[in-house]
Write a protein that binds this ligand. Structure first.
Ligand code: NAP
Length: 246
């Protein structure tokens, strides 16, 4: 087990990609705190990790709210220990014609998808600096690479995450901490199923003729979290079944 003794935080760990990353990091030996707005989803993730013999903590809260982040960080440290791995995965999406976007919708998108990762990273980075070792994995989106119709606020927020990844990677490069991002594309999760995307039609035109699985993202996440990925930083590791080749 490559991550034995490490503590990981996965935001949005109660559903879809975040749950798959939580389960996979736990399988590699990490103790995992799943932070999610959805208390029941986070609890279910923790139950599944514990049932498989791992250590887990479910925390309900908003990963874009500074006070709630501070409280979740404190409980994570107290119950599991200092945090070595952060997966900034919590995110929201939206499909709205550009001229109909309200200021509130734009700001909430940026708050959850951009400010949240900044604040979570600021809250947990001191643990990694103290240890001289850390892994930050940001979940962006292939929509930032290709553009996406009716998703200007979403794709712009994910483009910010790719730029955030590069700049923070440079700032932390000589401190034993890597920062990378995974832009998923077309992954079968509750978010995709709730969206207006026609999954059958998209599958038909995709190279692999199917959507990706949350476990496909989790595999890349576990690799980027591993010791072996220590010379990889500032990178964008596409997991999209060949739909996007930048
Ligand atoms: P999902 O199934 O909707 O899971 C996201 C989880 O995050 C939900 O449990 C959600 O809770 C939670 N969450 C949302 N806002 C939060 C906040 N402020 N604080 C804490 N938790 C919050 O979505 P997913 O498809 O797994 O997506 C995970 C990430 O991958 C997102 O960043 C998404 O943008 C990105 N992504 C997904 C795809 C795809 O094809 N699925 C493609 C590109 C990028 P609630 O349900 O209570 O809101």
């Amino acid at each position: 087990m490559t991550l034995a003794g490490k503590v990981a935080v996965v935001t949005g760990g109660g559903s879809g990609i975040g749950r798959a990353c939580s389960l996979r990091l736990a399988r590699e030996g990490a103790a995992v705190a799943a932070w999610d707005l959805n208390a029941e989803g986070a609890a279910e993730t923790a139950r599944q990790i514990e049932a498989a013999g791992g250590r887990a903590l479910a925390l309900a809260g908003d990963a874009a709210d500074a006070e709630q982040i501070a409280a979740m960080a404190e409980r994570t440290r107290r119950e599991l220990g200092p945090v070595a791995i952060l997966v900034n995965n919590a995110g929201i999406t939206g499909f709205t014609p550009f001229l109909e976007l309200s200021r509130e919708a734009i700001l909430r998108m940026l708050e959850v998808n951009v400010v949240g990762p900044f604040l979570c990273t600021q809250a947990l980075l001191p643990d990694m600096l103290a240890a001289g070792w850390g892994r930050i994995i940001n979940i962006s989106s292939s929509s930032a690479q290709t553009g996406a119709r009716l998703m200007t606020h979403y794709s712009a927020s994910k483009g910010a995450i790719i730029a955030f990844t590069k700049s923070l990677a440079l700032e932390l490069a000589d401190k034993g901490i890597t920062v990378n991002n995974i832009p998923p594309g077309f992954i079968d999760t509750p978010m995709l199923r709730a969206s207006p995307v026609d999954i059958a039609a998209q599958s038909a035109v995709s190279p692999m003729k199917r959507p990706g699985r949350p476990e496909d993202i989790a595999a890349a996440c576990a690799f980027l979290a591993s010791e072996e990925a220590g010379y990889i930083t500032g990178q964008t590791l596409g997991v999209n079944g060949g739909r996007v080749m930048p």
